[in-house]
Design a protein around this ligand. Structure first.
Ligand SMILES: *[C@@H]1O[C@H](CO)[C@@H](O)[C@H](O)[C@H]1NC(C)=O
Length: 131
């Protein structure tokens, strides 16, 4: 009786760990745009360089840190990224600690929503790898 109950609680613990591991892999990694600098006009490492040395996969997420009210993150189409057109974003994140989950593979384009900042280089393109 004793042995049986101890086996079943071990079995339960194992299933729990397995379930947690599965949830974890579905949740993905979290990247902080611009590393310690966050989402700023002049990061010490350019966003292009930062994006190049990271490997993004589906279900990973990216976090933009900035002062709420002073900046925002716009998810835009490629042509709006190129021309810094902030008038028709696909999504706007403005909470100051904005998290965006990559729900598909392919390119994603982010620009600053603060006036003039995209033109001055505060923009980030990310390519999410297919599985
Ligand atoms: C992403 O997460 C969803 C929901 O959690 C899951 O169904 C899907 O299989 C995951 N996709 C990948 C590529 O991990």
């Amino acid at each position: 009786m004793m042995a049986f109950s101890s086996f079943s609680s071990n079995g339960l613990a194992f299933l729990l760990l397995l379930a947690m591991a599965l949830v974890d892999s579905a949740r993905g990694c979290v990247f902080y745009a611009g590393g310690k600098d966050g989402w700023v006009l002049h990061p010490s490492e350019s966003y292009g360089h930062w994006a190049e040395r990271n490997w993004f996969q589906v279900n990973d997420s990216i976090v933009f840190k900035y002062k709420k009210g002073e900046d925002s993150v716009l998810v835009v189409a490629e042509q709006d990224f190129d021309s810094c057109d902030v008038s028709n974003p696909i999504r706007k994140l403005d909470g100051g600690d904005s998290r965006f989950v990559f729900e598909r593979s392919g390119p994603f384009f982010f620009v600053s929503g603060a006036p003039g900042r995209c033109e001055r280089g505060q923009k980030l393109a990310v390519v999410v790898m297919a599985v």
